[in-house]
Design a binder for this molecule. Sequence first.
Ligand SMILES: [Fe+2]
Length: 323
Amino acid sequence: MSEEYQEVPLKMIDPESDLPADLFLYINDKYIQYLHAGDSIHIDKYDLFLNKNVKSVYVKDEDYDRVMDWCLTVRQTFREELIEEAGEDAKEIIEEAFELEEELYDVFSDQVLTQERVEKLRSFADDFVQKASEQENFKKALSALLKRNETLAAHSSNVANLAVFIGMISGIGSKYALDNLYMASLLHDYGKVKIPPHIVENPSDANYERLMNAHPEASIKIIEKSDGVPEQVYKMILEHHEYWNGSGYPRGIREHDIYEYTPILSIANEIDNFLIKNRAQPDVKRWEKAIKMVENGKGSKWNPELFPRITDALKKAFLPGFD
Ligand SMILES: [Fe+2]
């Protein structure tokens, strides 16, 4: 990084507020002035940046502290306005969402994932899961599963916990998106409760393929009866067996036709299935193999852009002594 400029995560900048300093983009090894102090980033441009994966803008070294203070003040004002609009009842939820996002700025997705950052993310993920398990909607989802199939409930909750961690590794900082990922992970296989156990355990059964192919849709049909489930949750459940190269099911969709966070659920799901199948092996051994399995899916099962970030972080988190 040049001595003259400092990186600011784009996500920290409010697109409609007047900037306190000049803003630069880093293009072809050069810092190019993009906006002047007093300008603001137009919302369309802001979305375009995010869609094009532009994650950072730059400010002059001497402006950096002022810009960061400004970012936090704008956010604080926005937070207060939101609480005022939504009412005192929603205060705690809004506060928590903001706090989580702020903490996750520290591990901003473009930064190198050091061992220290990975550990920090793991503890964020643990806190998130701990709080989520006390939330009414998640409690209901889990107890519905538990009533029907304890093994499935245990798998689903493992997948949910792991998906939150992988989501954070991938740079998801929004509580809303993490909540959706958590909910989708809890309920992804719900449709399997309708398949008789003797068929689930017997791939050579004549009905196995048909019923397994239908389970993502069956999961959605069960959930459709409850109100207020976000669109993204349906998408992730429906697509959790779809693959980047189109070889998945039920629809065989591919690449960016798959919702961007679906692979996170898919990876967490396959890891947990692998760990369960190999439960007799020592932890480190089966984690080593599970991560290898994920690495082998780069570009075939999962978006190659997720690599090696996810697998490096999993190694740092689950393979002691890895560097
Ligand atoms: Fe499934």
